[in-house]
Design a protein around this ligand. Structure first.
Ligand code: AMP
Ligand code: MG
Length: 327
């Protein structure tokens, strides 16, 4: 990569239509994308099951959910809270805290197809990368290292693309994606976020994603308290996977498990401790176990496989920021 590169700003992407507004050829295209989604779900879930991960069902309402803060990528317009049975619960922003506790107790290796509600700012309608409701394939493994998870994800991604090209050739041809979708080669290149920022400034993401025709890792990203931070070196043991043109498709990390560190980070982030009292209590009792994992955005990964302009095209019922349809 060179500093002279022109940084391309993505042009606004047209918002996809709702299901009942589609023409016949658009319905056919929607059905083809649906077949790629079905294949992707079958492929990934069966690989996790084959590797000994337990498949958990998601929750929609909890007292505790992801603070999504501080996260350089987050842009939340509204957080949904509602009272039930005299308690305040929140819609799931991600199941990260549930994963930490599940993998420390009954489910050492687990995955969940988890609906995440994030009311993104309406100005994100035309990025092509944001929807206000999406599904994460969220997984976690006790005692795993970052390297274990990165190796697993590289295997899964290469195998997934090879299987889509093999089993859904007609569908990819229909979407004009067969020739451009290449099976990636592992290991993927890894960049350190702080080094990228020093070299490219705020536009590092555009530069890295545009210039690499292949998936890349970005590590060492300061963000939420649950990702592991080495207090001595200031380095974060976490990782994001970026896909060409589609950007970040997965975020993950080795996790914190020690009480003092978790508490110090929650206080530093000025997050309401009361919302995280259970995870703090378990950590204090030594019941939180080291683990590592990640969450893959299903709409983004299918969006990349199918080459859509807007990831809401992969949703049967599009959830475009600022646009609320009847369905
Ligand atoms: P995060 O925990 O914020 O890193 O989210 C995990 C993954 O979910 C990301 O890497 C994306 O693939 C996906 N994701 C996050 N926010 C959105 C969004 N607004 N629309 C679609 N996918 C998203
Ligand atoms: Mg992320």
């Amino acid at each position: 990569m060179s500093k002279q590169t022109t940084v391309l700003k993505s042009p606004p992407v047209e918002a996809p239509k709702s299901l009942e507004q589609l023409s016949e050829s658009e319905i056919e295209r929607k059905a083809v994308i649906g077949r790629v989604t079905t294949h992707t779900l079958k492929y990934l879930t069966s690989k996790f099951v084959d590797r000994g991960f337990q498949w958990l069902l998601p929750v929609a309402l909890s007292q505790c959910t992801d603070p999504l803060w501080p996260d350089p990528g987050a842009s939340i317009e509204k957080r949904i809270e509602v009272d039930i049975y005299g308690k305040t619960v929140r819609t799931t922003a991600s199941m990260i805290i549930h994963k930490l506790i599940a993998s420390s107790t009954a489910y050492p290796k687990l995955f969940i197809l988890s609906p995440n509600i994030r009311i993104e700012k309406a100005e994100r309608a035309h990025t092509g990368k944001h929807v206000y409701e999406f599904t994460q394939l969220d997984f976690e493994a006790r005692e795993a290292t970052s390297k274990d998870i990165m190796n697993l994800v590289e295997d899964l991604l290469c195998g997934l693309v090879a299987s889509v090209k093999r089993d859904l050739k007609d569908e990819l041809i229909h979407l004009s994606r067969y020739d451009t979708l290449k099976v990636p080669k592992a290991p993927f290149k890894t960049y350190d976020k702080q080094e990228l920022e020093a070299e490219y400034g705020a536009d590092w993401e555009t530069s890295v994603v545009m210039e690499n025709g292949a998936p890349v890792w970005v590590t060492n990203i300061p963000r939420e308290f649950y990702d592991f931070e080495d207090f001595k070196t200031g380095k974060w043991d976490n990782y994001d996977l970026f896909l060409p043109q589609y950007g970040e498709v997965m975020s993950g990390a080795k996790r914190e498990w020690e009480y003092e560190k978790i508490l110090a980070k929650i206080e530093r982030d000025k997050i309401n401790k009361d919302n995280y009292s259970l995870v703090l209590k378990l950590a204090e009792q030594g019941k939180l176990k080291p683990c590592a994992g990640a969450g893959i955005g299903m709409e983004r990964i299918v969006g990349w496989l199918t080459g859509v302009k807007h990831i809401a095209e992969t949703q049967p019922f599009p959830r475009i920021p600022g646009i609320v349809h009847e369905l």
